[in-house]
Design a protein around this ligand. Structure first.
Ligand code: FMN
Length: 267
């Protein structure tokens, strides 16, 4: 390991840490300075959206929490079966769905997953490859409407997606691929330098919900951390960083989903 790498690793280790007693006199956060924050809901691009079914009682959600946790494993081989729209709807709800709104002037959302300060910095993009009732393509999830909007990507994105996933074709070709981005300023506004750590913690909770919710409806999931940052951001149309734009957005995580084969773990 050369000195430059060692230095960067030491800096990264510091990033893992929480508050230090000496931080008390540090610069005020933007919230403390009474600067306006940004919404935890990205403004939709399209008027026409695809509403998602919200009755989950017909899905046959099964398993007690013990079975779901014991049976949780990463799945990289899927049955050649489509996901259904109610199944996908449930998985989107389980990962970013809104349980309640609070506040009037600057409403905040409480969702199916925890988030530091309920800032909810994450957005969900979905590549639907085999979902019954949903045209193949990319979508953006709108948690407040529990709906999807089309997201403009090239029609024939398969090869691009495999490249963006560092050659992981099983994930690119899965019935559904969730790609999660962060708008860091949502969290930075309140937590300043601690925000990056919290955003990644939020992402972990969310993906675990996808594993458990998937397991409850016979779906397998594989978390994907190995992706090409620049290429994935380009596919989704995010401006390249570094940037101090409050609306700056970048990919942080992904996961693929499909109907589960028995003995599907292939780690
Ligand atoms: C942050 C993170 C990133 C991961 N990235 C990948 C990935 O890019 N490709 C992959 O096949 N598995 C990936 N995985 C899945 C792990 O390989 C898997 O969790 C591990 O092998 C343990 O297996 P299990 O999930 O079945 O317990 C990732 C898991 C996590 C938590």
């Amino acid at each position: 390991m050369n000195d430059k790498t060692k230095y960067q690793i030491m800096k990264n280790r510091e990033f893992l840490k929480g508050y230090h007693a000496g931080d008390a006199g540090a610069e005020q956060t933007d919230q403390e300075q009474k600067l306006p924050g940004i919404s935890s809901l990205k403004r939709k691009k399209h008027r026409n959206v695809i509403p998602l079914p919200a009755e989950f009682n017909k899905l046959g959600i099964s398993g007690d929490i013990w079975d779901l946790i014991m049976g949780r494993e990463s799945c990289r081989k899927f049955l050649p079966e489509e996901l259904t729209l109610p199944e996908l709807s449930f998985l989107l709800w389980a990962t970013q769905g809104i349980r309640k709104f609070a506040g009037n002037k600057n409403p905040i959302t409480f969702r199916s997953v925890p988030s530091a300060g309920s800032r909810h910095p994450l957005e969900t993009y979905l590549f639907a490859n085999h979902v019954k009732g949903l045209e193949k393509g990319a979508y953006h999830y709108l948690p407040d409407e529990h709906a999807l909007e089309r997201w403009e990507v090239e029609d024939d994105y398969d090869a691009q997606l495999t490249r963006a996933l560092c050659g992981q074709h099983f994930a690119a070709a899965a019935p559904a691929l969730f790609v999660w981005s962060a708008l860091p300023y949502r969290t930075e506004w309140r937590y300043g330098l601690k925000a990056a750590k919290y955003i990644l913690l939020d992402a972990g909770h969310m993906c675990q919900n996808l594993y458990l919710a998937g397991g409850s409806i016979g779906c397998g999931v594989c978390a994907i951390g190995a992706y090409d940052q620049d290429y994935m951001d380009e596919i989704l149309g995010f401006a390249p960083g570094p940037s101090d734009n409050p609306l700056y957005e970048c990919t942080v995580y992904a996961a693929c989903v499909g109907k589960k084969k028995r003995n599907a773990s292939d780690a």
